[in-house]
Design a binder for this molecule. Structure first.
Ligand code: PGA
Ligand code: ZN
Length: 420
């Protein structure tokens, strides 16, 4: 009998940071309980797993009740075997029968329960034998696209990356400073700014793309000078949200601009160059492996990251690796549906020299697990916003991980190594 045998699985409806219903799962072992609620995206990739069954949290809990008994007796400490079982129970390619939100919550709660039972940190359960490092926080400081209202930029996320930080405390502080600096710059331009924020806590300011780019660039440079280490700018273009398949153009509807695929590639390269971007996510749409390849081969010192392109799917990243599409990949457990599949994705990505960024979703919960998943999956970065309880919950957990190792082993955990 496995040491971490699942004794029971309970589900309930609860709420995410947008006030939308989601599913929370408890996995009970003999003497330990893990609990996790599923997050949800707003800018969801076409190839992602289904979230809630019929988009209904209550229905997803009811469906869970029909297969709950099949989970009892399995080993919570083996995320790969649990993923296999969940695929077998579901029987579809995208968890459309039992819901990826349920499989997300079951698989993460099971791992948490096993880590408690074994009395080891969750990241250690996931990390295997490889030495761990702490991921750089990638902080969303100014927002647009599907995370903020009509007046905001078309580009979804303007981010800060404290590449020069040598420890996690300084890295987190740098992103907070950039967030504050952005507010100062906006207030000066527009004393009537309401202080509104988008879904991920980034400022939601009525600016066009160019203005937002300039504001962010100024803020990261000021903070870099003030703190004395490199803080760089990053972008998530989320270009699939702008793609008009009929006209075959990227429609920047708020700016009133359209770009052909070729113009979009050139625009991305211009942005990388003009703003010294360290990272650019989804510069072209989710089907355009060739466009990703061209940008990756021309971009210098910039990680070109597939989010909607790879959707945490090991097969899609293998396809990308074969042609050199991207050199970075987003890891979102709920895109693929289970923790086991996501860990497999990270292994494939790293074996092909992709930098992994483990990411929150725009609709998230105060769960802290993302920090452990990022460390356990050997990520270069963690994308979890800058402010807001559900964002900070993950970032504070990184501080705790660092502290616990400092106390037990007497040394700081090194930051992950940059590849570009
Ligand atoms: P989502 O977006 O969580 O709203 O899907 C985040 C992203 O595109 O990175
Ligand atoms: Zn993205």
């Amino acid at each position: 009998m496995p040491e971490c045998r699942i004794e029971d699985v309970l589900a309930r409806v609860c709420y995410d940071s947008r006030g939308v219903q989601t599913i929370e799962v408890e996995v009970h072992l003999n003497g330990a309980v893990g609990r996790t609620a599923a997050p949800a995206g707003a800018s969801v990739g076409k190839h992602e797993a289904i979230g809630l069954v019929n988009n209904d949290a209550k229905k997803t809990c009811k469906v869970l009740e029909t297969y709950r008994k099949k989970l009892i007796g399995t080993d919570a400490a083996d995320p790969y075997a649990l993923a296999e079982l969940l695929h077998e129970i579901d029987g579809t390619s995208n968890f459309s029968r039992i819901g990826g939100s349920a499989t997300y919550a079951i698989s993460v709660a099971a791992a948490e329960a096993a880590s408690k039972k074994k009395n080891i940190p969750l990241y250690a359960l996931l990390a295997g034998n490889k030495k761990i490092a702490l991921p750089f926080p990638l902080g969303n400081v100014l927002g647009g696209g599907k995370h903020a209202g009509e007046g905001s930029p078309d580009i979804q996320e303007f981010l800060a990356c404290p590449k020069g930080a040598t420890n996690i405390a300084d890295a987190l502080m740098a992103n907070i400073e950039v967030h504050k600096e952005i507010r100062k710059i906006i207030d000066k331009k527009d004393p009537k700014f309401s202080g509104g924020k988008g879904d991920e806590g980034a400022w939601a300011y009525s600016a066009n793309n160019k203005q937002a780019l300039e504001i962010t660039y100024e803020a990261v440079n000021r903070v870099s000078d003030k703190l004395g280490f490199e803080v760089l700018m990053a972008l998530d273009i989320a270009s699939s949200s702008m793609w008009d398949p009929k006209r075959k153009v990227y429609n920047y509807s708020r700016a009133g601009e359209k770009r052909t695929p070729e113009e979009q590639e050139n625009y991305a390269l211009e942005l990388i160059d003009r703003y010294d971007l360290v990272y650019i996510e989804d510069p072209v749409r989710e089907e355009d492996f060739e466009g990703f390849k061209r940008i990756t081969s021309s971009a210098k010192h910039c990680i070109v990251v597939g989010d909607d392109l790879f959707v945490t799917d090991p097969d899609r990243i293998k396809k990308g690796a074969n042609i050199g599409a991207g050199n970075g990949a987003i890891l979102k457990v709920n895109q693929v549906g289970t923790l086991g599949d996501a860990l497999e994705f990270a292994k494939v990505a790293i074996a092909h020299k992709y930098a992994v960024t483990t990411s929150h979703r725009s609709g998230d919960t105060p769960d802290y697990h993302l920090a452990h998943i990022a460390v356990g999956a050997h990520s270069l970065m963690i994308k979890s916003g800058v402010v807001g309880g559900e964002r900070v919950a993950k970032l504070n957990e990184l501080l705790r991980i660092n502290d616990s190792i400092l106390i037990n082993e007497g040394k700081q955990v090194p930051m992950a190594k940059f590849v570009v």
